[in-house]
Write a protein that binds this ligand. Structure first.
Ligand code: PLP
Length: 417
């Protein structure tokens, strides 16, 4: 019996059920992963108790010698992983990392160029419902209709015409390699600061299976919980000349006390990512995505842009005559966890959509490989073809749970309880 289950059985029960879910289901959400037992232990540590406003050696509170050590470890490891000049490991989330990058460079009302939300960009890249779209004057680039690849002619002409202060590149639902060098050329021509948001692909970059923005971008933001497989949180890397601006944008301008328990867990995750096995993990993610995409396309689905270079793919469901929402909800009944997602030039509303986003980071963490991806593709097709037949869906659910249980769930099946 854990302390929690005695003291708060309601919360303990919900957590226990989620542990079960993470073992029995197939997580295909491209932004989710399984943090290791060590990462979870650090996240649950006593460092949650400590106030440490400021930076190592320059804190506003006493008693910070241990958290100073932890933050320095996180910084050093992150710099080694990415080869960055400077890193700030304090942002609480990816959205806050982007907010700090904007605070460091922009005044309210300044012009920024980012990727359209409905073609792969993130809310913080200028959506009108987000602070970014409300505080700043965002313009958007998208993908070419034919190829469904980033339309660099559009990026270039908008940059020339609008002279944005920042160009943001990086995406949340884009299945292809991002050409950071090309973005930097365009940013330089327009006199813009280049911000690369690598929230999704950070682990692939560390693993050497996606080009790094570090040689090109002035500022790089990333989450730590997606392909990087750390705790929920984020960090910012930048060239030396932006060090002071970034640090003061994070604290005191945007945040108060840093979450030292999470920073400790970031340090642990960075150490894991520095091991040679992490490179194999990153390669597996990409191989698995390619295999899953090919397998689905062989079975008749249309994959946006014809495939994938990274960890995710967008499936166009219009040929099947079902929406993203119907597919997401139906597959959910079988234990296949996905998210509906707009495809380029989608005719459906954002809460409905015509697409499904599928990613392989979480399944790859469970040591599934290309053979398993063929099986998973079969399950997905079966689920989609039985989408309104609850008897068939629940039968499939049993078979999927049986299959999924054979694979270890890091941080769940190996955690000391
Ligand atoms: C996930 C994501 C973010 C935001 O991260 P949160 O931690 O959810 O705030 C920002 N940018 C991109 C491109 C993302 O994919």
């Amino acid at each position: 019996m854990s302390v929690l289950s005695v003291q708060d059985p309601e919360v303990a029960k919900a957590i226990g059920r989620d542990e079960r879910r993470l073992v029995d289901e197939l997580v295909l959400i491209a932004s989710e992963n399984y943090a290791s037992a060590a990462v979870r232990e650090a996240t649950g540590s006593v460092l949650t108790n400590k106030y440490a406003e400021g930076y190592p050696g320059r804190r506003y509170y006493a008693g910070t010698e241990n958290v100073d050590r932890v933050e320095i470890l996180a910084q050093e490891r992150a710099k080694e992983l990415f080869g960055a000049d400077h890193v700030n490991v304090q942002p609480h989330s990816g959205s806050q990392a982007n907010m700090a990058a904007y605070f460091a460079i922009l005044e309210p009302g300044d012009v920024v160029l980012g990727m359209r939300l409905d073609q792969g960009g993130h809310l913080t890249h200028g959506s009108p419902v987000n602070f970014s779209g409300r505080f700043y004057d965002f313009a958007s680039y998208g993908v070419e209709r034919e190829t469904e690849l980033i339309d660099f002619a559009e990026v270039e002409s908008l940059a020339k015409e609008l002279k944005p202060k920042i160009i943001v590149c990086g995406a949340t639902a884009y299945p292809r390699t991002i050409d950071f060098e090309r973005f930097k050329e365009i940013a330089d021509e327009a006199g813009a600061v280049l911000v690369a948001d690598i929230a999704h692909i950070a682990g692939l970059i560390v693993g050497g299976v996606h080009p790094s923005p570090i040689p090109y971008a002035d500022i790089v933001t990333t989450t730590t919980h997606k392909t990087l497989r750390g705790p929920r949180g984020a960090m910012i890397m930048c060239k030396e000349e932006y060090r002071r601006k970034i640090d003061s944008a994070v604290f005191p301008r945007m945040q108060g006390g840093p979450m030292m328990h999470v920073i400790a867990a970031k340090a642990v995750a960075f150490k894991e990512a520095l091991q040679p096995e992490f490179k194999i993990y990153a390669r597996t993610i990409v191989e698995n995505a390619r295999t899953l995409s090919d397998a689905l396309s062989k079975r008749g689905l249309r994959i946006v842009s014809g495939g994938t270079d990274n960890h995710l793919m967008l499936v166009d469901l219009t040929p099947l005559g079902i929406t993203g929402k119907v597919a997401q909800d139906g597959l959910r009944e079988t234990g296949i966890i996905t998210n509906k997602n707009a495809i380029p030039f989608d005719q459906e509303k954002p809460m409905v959509t015509s697409g499904l986003r599928l990613g392989t980071p979480a399944l790859s963490s469970r040591e599934m490989g290309i053979h398993e991806m063929e099986t998973v593709a079969g399950f997905i097709m079966e689920g989609l073809s039985a989408i309104d037949d609850s008897a068939r869906l629940s039968n499939l659910r049993r078979r999927i749970a049986e299959f999924a249980r054979q694979y270890p769930a890091p941080g769940v099946t190996d955690a000391q309880r």
